[in-house]
Design a protein around this ligand. Structure first.
Ligand SMILES: Cc1cc2nc3c(=O)[nH]c(=O)nc-3n(C[C@H](O)[C@H](O)[C@H](O)COP(=O)(O)OP(=O)(O)OC[C@H]3O[C@@H](n4cnc5c(N)ncnc54)[C@H](O)[C@@H]3O)c2cc1C
Length: 317
């Protein structure tokens, strides 16, 4: 079976969920090989990758890989593409993953597909574009298919792989060293999951009315282990930080469950959440366009509905 490379996303040595999703997807199309770039590699990380089906784990764990923004990761993958001739390369469709994918495509003279929400036989990728209004199926026709897949597109399923480790030596080229990271400041993170990776997202819009009122959105989110998102109307009004904006000019999310409260469903908002598996809407206007894409909808005042929902969830825990 042909080998498929999966670039591992990791933080503090922990493999991120999106990588387990990509390994699961890769297994449906060939033999999954994980590529670890940067420090933090451990036996535990290897075990996790093998648990989700990595037959091989290529390890390039030098600091050099992460000290020069993303260029060395693209060089590492390009070297592996040259040495191993994989059938495809999968990366997460994160900001960094997409940049790596683009650079890799140039280096290997290959085609690249970004923001895939599915990948099938013949590496035909599904994309949801124009705010989710159009579904496109596309295939790379030149070189090694490089596909950036959105987090939450596949449910991770464990299936043991051999996890055979192979060290890879790679020294970033002078070109890759052109931009060096000089400082890293760790962002204070709450207990909530990362927005683009969360399995559940609860978002508030203009209907929430103020920054203080976002507390009820946060309470609902915390009751179900969700990330909090916001429409642009809410972030522009400074009710919620811009990094949590969902939509065309914000983050793209594709969770299992998306709850939209007080959001009308403008095309630019939909663009960032339309591929969510199940969409629940709470809006007092029955004509709000967001109901068109809702799986379940409540026509009602969010100030009544959201706290009641939170209370009921807490009661059932
Ligand atoms: C180039 C461009 C890029 C954009 N990018 C983005 C983007 O990335 N993300 C984004 O979100 N928008 C984006 N927008 C803005 C977008 O067009 C909308 O203006 C925005 O999404 C509206 O946000 P909203 O739904 O929260 O507000 P509104 O459209 O004002 O809707 C508020 C909704 O809340 C409901 N409501 C009010 N009170 C209550 C209540 N008490 N209980 C229940 N429901 C209530 C109302 O019925 C209404 O449906 C962009 C626009 C442009 C031009």
């Amino acid at each position: 079976m042909s080998e498929i490379l999966v670039l591992v996303e990791h933080v503090d040595g922990e493999v991120k969920k999106v990588t387990l999703e990509l390994l699961t997807l890769a297994r449906t199309l060939g033999e999954a090989s994980a590529v670890w770039a940067g420090p933090g590699y451990s036996e535990a990380a290897k075990a996790k990758l093998a648990e989700y089906g990595a037959d091989k784990v290529y390890v390039a764990d030098s600091d050099e890989i992460v000290n020069y923004v993303v260029a060395p990761k693209a060089e590492l993958l390009a070297k592996l593409v040259g040495d191993k001739s994989p059938a495809a390369v999968l990366v997460a469709a994160t900001t960094e993953g997409k940049e790596v994918a683009g650079r890799l495509a140039v280096k290997t003279d290959s085609g690249v597909i970004t923001d895939a929400v599915g990948l099938g036989e013949g590496f035909v990728a599904d994309q949801s574009i124009f705010g989710g209004g159009v579904n496109v199926r596309s295939r790379v026709t030149k070189g090694t298919p490089i596909v950036a897949v959105r987090p939450n597109s596949t449910a991770p399923v464990a299936a043991a792989g051999a996890g055979a480790e192979e060290k890879v030596e790679v020294a970033p080229s002078d070109a890759a060293r052109a931009a060096k990271i000089v400082e890293r400041v760790k962002e204070e993170k709450g207990a909530r999951p990362e927005l683009t990776e969360a399995a559940i997202v609860v978002s508030g819009g203009r209907g929430v009315g103020s920054a203080e009122n976002f507390a009820i959105i946060e309470k609902l989110a915390d009751s179900i282990g969700a990330a909090v998102g916001a429409s642009r109307a809410a972030t522009d009004a400074k009710w919620y930080p811009h990094q949590f904006q969902v939509g065309q000019t914000g983050k793209t999310v594709s969770p299992q469950l998306y709850i939209a409260a007080g959001i009308s469903g403008a095309i630019q908002h939909r663009a960032g959440m339309q591929t969510s598996k199940t969409i629940i809407v709470i809006n007092k206007d029955p004509e709000a366009p967001i109901f068109e894409i809702a799986d379940f909808g409540v026509v009602g005042d969010l100030f009544q509905v959201v706290p009641q929902l939170t209370e009921e969830i807490e009661k059932r825990k």
